[in-house]
Design a binder for this molecule. Sequence first.
Ligand code: ATP
Ligand code: MG
Length: 623
Amino acid sequence: MDDPDERGAPGGSLVRRLLGLAWSYRGGCLRVLGIQFVILTLGISGLGFTGLGIDYLQSVLVPASPSPRWPFGIHPPQGAGPTTVMLWIAGGVLIIAVIRSGLTALDTIWMAELVQGRIVPELRARVYDKLQRLSFRFFDANATGSIINRVTGDVQQVRMFVDGVLMQGIVMLLSLGIYLAYMLAIHPGLTAACLAPSPLIWWISRRFSRKVRPAYQRNRQLVDDLVLAVAENVQGQSVIKGFALQEAEIRRFARANDHVRDQQQWVFDRVSVFTPLIGLLSQTGLVILLAYGGWLVIQGRIPLGTGLVVFAGMLQQFAGQIANIANIADSLQQSLTAAGRVFEILDAPVEIRNPANPVPLARARGEVEFRDVAFGYDGSPSVLSGVSFVATPGSCIALVGATGAGKSALLGLIPRFYDAIAGSVRIDGHDVRDYAVDALRRNIGLVFQESFLFRASIAANIAFGNPDATAEQIERAARTAAAHEFIHRLPKGYDTLLGEGGADLSGGQRQRLAIARALLLEPPILILDDPTAAIDPETEEEILGAMEGAMKGRTTFVVAHRLSTLRRADHILVLDRGRIAERGSHRELMARPEGIYRRTAILQMTDKESRRRIETGDTEETA
Ligand SMILES: Nc1ncnc2c1ncn2[C@@H]1O[C@H](COP(=O)(O)OP(=O)(O)OP(=O)(O)O)[C@@H](O)[C@H]1O
Ligand SMILES: [Mg+2]
């Protein structure tokens, strides 16, 4: 995998895309912003009322002092005593506080609705959706841990851009503007003096962001490794236990765990210096206020309550918002890092695309043709080159060749797991790239060396390709795949729930279910890529019998290691390092004494009986 540290999408374009994401939720965002604006205004009003109370007290206690400025022309009722007036003011402050906390609760609910209720699930669904359309190349290139981590963890951090950065940022700017205007209205000189430390705060925040962003990126990769370690450990339990490697695995996990811890510690260290430093700097403003502002009150330049006290309150809020820059900067870095990783999936090219005007394909006849096909995983014809052949509908093509010769690669081109880099693969006379991918794949049944079964009932696993299949269809497929017998013997039959990956079945049983699954769709083309590779000879015998039934009437490709299969094939392709070295029926190929087939076919045979018969020249069916 590339190193995102080096490649990392430029922050600017990421921010633009995240803004686009937020824009698509503008309704919800505006609602939250609106309520936050009201909360802000109420906070300032509460502060104003408090100042008013103090000024009123002063005017009562010190007869020479100026009378308070009543807001909105509201005056206390004539003849009301000072205690009554103070009670009225206190009541006003209380009512404002109650409304404010009610709105704050509503704000939290609306924000959660927006972020956790819509943005996160929708983004997660988009990423998952995209994963389904990505080609095998993507999965070859990205580790499982990294993919899982992006769908689960990173998506959560992307949303921080909306609530932690955008909303908080707007509220911050808005409140800074209002506080500033209010403070300037009280006394411009005092405002300038108290805010003198702010540029320093800004500068420190920027430095912090620059330093910490790469660290967050690194952190996500380390967590990928951790998730991968767990995923591999779970999937590979039998190998790990078999090789008695638990201790080594524990050490490996501990290492990954330590890396995450150390790295996180590094980030925490930075954050733990940064946050109090910003806090300290913003407190210096208060010191200046007491010295300079106190002098101004004594000089009678500003009132005590609506002047100094309100100013102190504003300055506190202002400092709080400035300190919040630290949080916002931190969230911004985290969300940008995560967004880079999420967008990498959303932007990954869908290499296997549907054509603009697909040739309709309901049920293929099953003619498969390779025309001078070349293929390689790296874009050079390193795996296959010059492969040409025609398989007539209903015929059986056997592929033989040493391991790594390109048999699986060749078969993968038919359902477009990968596309050929030169030449064309054609079904019923059209390039496979001319069909809609789904329509194409519905015509092809696949069984691999090892089959993946889902954690679901046996019936559901067989009906995977067609969830609407009837019980009769499922049973028919199972019978053809010689699976009905063993399923029937299970206490719950077709309703037996399988463990993850079909863990509670034998290898042969799993393969028989996989064959049944492929057959259920009655595909005109059947691909059997060495489905008995991981199976003991007796079971293999049984499965081969099952496959014979399955092959009838279908164009079948089979990677074969047994004489009985080869003899039955209409056509055998001998692959040698990506080229077709020989072709013909078994009889024709055996007739060439120096042919590769004759020389090497023997070595490829998995069973002793086949080898003995080839060596003694007794390769024709006698029984
Ligand atoms: N995902 C991949 N990325 C890069 N190279 C690959 C990938 N899969 C296979 N290869 C390479 O492509 C070549 C052909 O592999 P392929 O799987 O087609 O062999 P095969 O004939 O099916 O072998 P086997 O009998 O062992 O299944 C091999 O050299 C292999 O190393
Ligand atoms: Mg293979």
